[in-house]
Design a protein around this ligand. Structure first.
Ligand SMILES: CCC/C=C/C(=O)SCCNC(=O)CCNC(=O)[C@H](O)C(C)(C)COP(=O)([O-])OP(=O)([O-])OC[C@H]1O[C@@H](n2cnc3c(N)ncnc32)[C@H](O)[C@@H]1OP(=O)([O-])[O-]
Ligand SMILES: NC(=O)C1=CN([C@@H]2O[C@H](COP(=O)(O)OP(=O)(O)OC[C@H]3O[C@@H](n4cnc5c(N)ncnc54)[C@H](OP(=O)(O)O)[C@@H]3O)[C@@H](O)[C@H]2O)C=CC1
Length: 267
């Protein structure tokens, strides 16, 4: 009989952008599964308490450290990598989660506005992957999970900069899966649909108290934990034959078939 192995216990994972939302849920899920997590955000005041909560939780076997790191700054990413190795000895898993956007028509996005979103989503993923990847290539390999978006798979008005950066992450994932296979590194991607997070709540004013449960299959917004569970699968031996893939997790969108309808950008 085959016994599936979804175990992440004893692994060391970096999760970027983990002070709230999807990143926080990923860190908590991996730590509950016994992984040690190095989590970062731009503010120690915001990410520090998340690490404390993980370390104090009875149901989380893994340990957490918090690092203040703006992933747009390569030297700060190097510090994140160095502090992770100093604390836990290695890096087995990298989750490139930090990201964000503003919604604006293409003609209204300034050169700096475009650069900001490409830096935040794509170039940050490059910095983290190159610097953590160096540790993985010199060691015994590793697993990289990137956060794209359904807006990286399909067009949505107001999302040209975000969509382009998230689409590029999908192609980067596919390319690195091929280039780094010989180093024992698997690289995969998750493309979430609309997920209830503080970032989205702020943008769309969605009330988290009114969230339908995970069991609900009809049109709804997703829970951050529903993305975290996909990441945990990709970070586990159960996903050993997954490489260069993008898993879409979008349920049935609330307003129809696209996130832009949810955002009121399309009829
Ligand atoms: C929502 C559904 C899909 C979900 C996706 C998610 O990721 S969900 C969760 C994700 N959560 C979030 O996304 C969190 C919410 N978003 C944010 O925190 C920020 O908007 C940011 C991270 C995107 C940029 O922050 P920052 O402090 O680094 O940047 P800054 O303020 O210094 O501006 C830099 C440039 O951008 C320009 N610009 C900025 N806004 C607009 C606009 N509305 N219109 C036009 N332009 C705009 C600004 O004018 C400036 O250019 P300028 O004038 O110098 O030529
Ligand atoms: N929510 C959704 O519907 C969807 C989200 N996604 C993607 O999932 C990821 C997480 O989104 P979500 O949880 O909603 O986002 P939130 O805005 O709720 O949280 C973003 C997290 O990233 C951190 N962060 C932002 N900028 C930086 C930076 N420069 N350096 C380090 N950390 C940073 C924030 O921490 P702090 O402010 O403390 O720095 C925060 O912890 C993003 O990549 C997003 O594009 C994709 C599809 C849909």
């Amino acid at each position: 009989m085959h016994d599936s192995d979804f175990d992440v216990a004893g692994r060391t994972a970096i999760v970027t952008g983990a002070s709230q939302g999807i990143g926080r849920a990923i860190a908590e899920t991996l730590a509950t599964g016994g992984a040690n997590v190095a989590i970062c955000s731009r503010s120690m005041d915001r990410v520090g308490p998340v690490a404390e909560e993980i370390n104090d939780a009875d149901d989380a076997d893994g340990q957490a450290i918090a690092v203040e790191c703006n992933v747009r700054e390569r030297d700060q990413v190097q510090r994140l990598v160095d502090e992770t190795v100093a604390e836990f000895g290695d890096i087995d898993v990298l989750v490139n989660n930090a990201g964000g956007e503003f919604v604006a028509p293409f003609e209204e996005i300034s050169a700096n506005g475009w650069q900001t979103i490409v830096d935040l989503n794509l170039n940050s993923t490059v910095h983290c992957t190159q610097l953590a990847g160096e540790v993985m290539r010199e060691g015994s390999g590793g697993i990289i999970v990137n956060l794209s978006s359904v807006n990286g798979q399909h067009a949505a008005p107001g999302e040209s900069h975000y969509g382009a950066s998230k689409a590029a992450i999908i192609r980067l994932t596919e390319t690195l899966a091929v280039e780094w296979a010989e180093h024992g590194i698997r690289v995969n991607c998750v493309a979430p649909g609309l997920i209830q997070t503080p970032g989205v709540a702020e943008t769309l004013g969605i009330d988290s108290e009114a969230m339908p449960p995970r069991e609900a299959t009809d049109r709804r917004i997703g829970h951050a934990e529903e993305i975290a569970d996909v990441v945990r699968f990709l970070a586990s031996p159960a996903a050993s034959f997954m490489n260069g893939e993008t898993i879409t997790a979008k349920g049935v969108p609330r307003a129809g078939n696209s996130m832009s309808q949810d955002l009121g950008l399309e009829d």
